[in-house]
Ligand binder design. Structure first.
Ligand code: NAD
Length: 303
């Protein structure tokens, strides 16, 4: 049996926690002793309107079992206010779970600037603003955990979700660099790509499967990634339906050409099967590892 995960005295911000996955995360954090800032703008799944009731309801649920929580109704695009609310209510912030999100699905041919911009604003700019505002406090206390919410639509693509996919994989790019920059201050940064039966996926997933994909099945991973026990950083985890797996980059060994002599498009074509061959593929964990094969090619032809 592993050690129990406790959050006593720790302060956790969960954005978009008025419903769906965020609500389940907030409840589980509180059950593990965290003081939780339940943030939610309370708008529609398409990012229209606002209401205080979503966050307030979740706070009432947490208080009903003796947990500690406060509601915050700001948009994540006002990240500084959310972090200030955590400081005012609890005096610190230890964990940021960037979960708030909306959809503006359209095929790329029909995509309008407003749909593109709003999805970017909520997912990417929102996560940036909240995390940026918390960052100095996490650095100062030499402790922090940040979780970003990516998506398989970003990792693999999904018809009608060019804006959403762009934003979601962007968040993983942010995860990778913040993991590097945060490490020396014990700030660990990971991303999840969840699947859950929420208003966002209602109607998209067959009803029988939807019922089984309970949001609560995503939260144990998030509460683990937010904990002191977790020592991993820069990870990307697919999670849902009671299953969790880790994603990593894979790259073929590739083909090398003489960098001095140069090479033609026809040379590229002739080596295509090698470029595309994933036998003996490598899994670079950082930039230096990623450059290894290119550097080896330069050396091979060095005089
Ligand atoms: N449900 C899935 O299968 C799935 C799959 C991949 C990724 N995700 C991601 O998980 C996260 C949670 O989604 P969900 O399925 O629970 O959907 P949801 O609509 O139930 O929850 C999202 C919450 O974010 C809030 N929100 C939206 N814009 C906000 C803003 N500007 N400021 C503050 N709060 C805001 C909404 O009010 C809502 O309560 C999202 O980032 C979503 O993209 C979900």
């Amino acid at each position: 049996m592993s050690k129990s995960i406790r959050y006593d005295a720790k302060v956790v911000i969960v954005t978009g926690a008025g419903g769906g996955l965020g609500r389940a995360h907030a409840l589980l954090f509180a059950r593990h002793g965290a003081r939780v800032v339940v943030n939610d703008l309370g708008g529609s799944a398409h990012g229209e309107g606002a209401s205080a009731s979503a966050a307030d309801r979740v706070v009432a649920e947490i208080r009903a079992f003796g947990g500690e929580a406060v509601a915050n109704h700001d948009s994540v695009t006002e990240g500084g206010r959310i972090v200030q609310h955590a400081l005012d209510a609890f005096g610190r912030v230890d964990v940021v779970v960037n979960n708030a999100g909306i959809l503006r699905d359209k095929s790329f041919a029909k995509m309008e600037d407003a749909d593109w911009d709003l999805v970017y604003k909520v997912h990417v700019e929102g996560a940036y603003k909240v995390t940026r505002a918390a960052w100095p406090y996490l650095r100062e206390q030499n402790y922090g955990r940040v979780v970003f919410t990516s998506s398989t639509s970003g990792i693999y693509g999904n018809f009608g979700q060019s804006n959403y996919g762009m934003a979601k994989l962007g968040l993983y790019g942010l995860t990778r660099t913040l993991a590097l920059e945060g490490r020396k201050n014990n700030i660990l940064v990971n991303a999840i790509a969840p699947t859950g039966g929420t208003r966002m996926t209602e109607g998209l997933i067959p009803a029988s499967v939807f019922e089984l994909l309970k949001p609560e099945l995503v939260s144990p991973l998030v509460v683990y990634l937010g904990s002191e026990q977790c020592q991993d950083t820069s990870g990307l985890y697919e999670v849902g339906g009671g299953w969790i797996g880790k994603v990593r980059w894979e790259r073929s060994l590739g083909a090398g050409f003489d960098p001095r002599a140069g090479f033609s498009p026809e040379d590229v074509a002739s080596q295509w099967s090698k470029i595309d061959d994933f036998n003996d593929a490598v899994h670079p964990a950082d930039n230096v590892e990623a450059l290894k094969e290119m550097m080896a090619n330069l050396q091979r032809f060095a005089r």
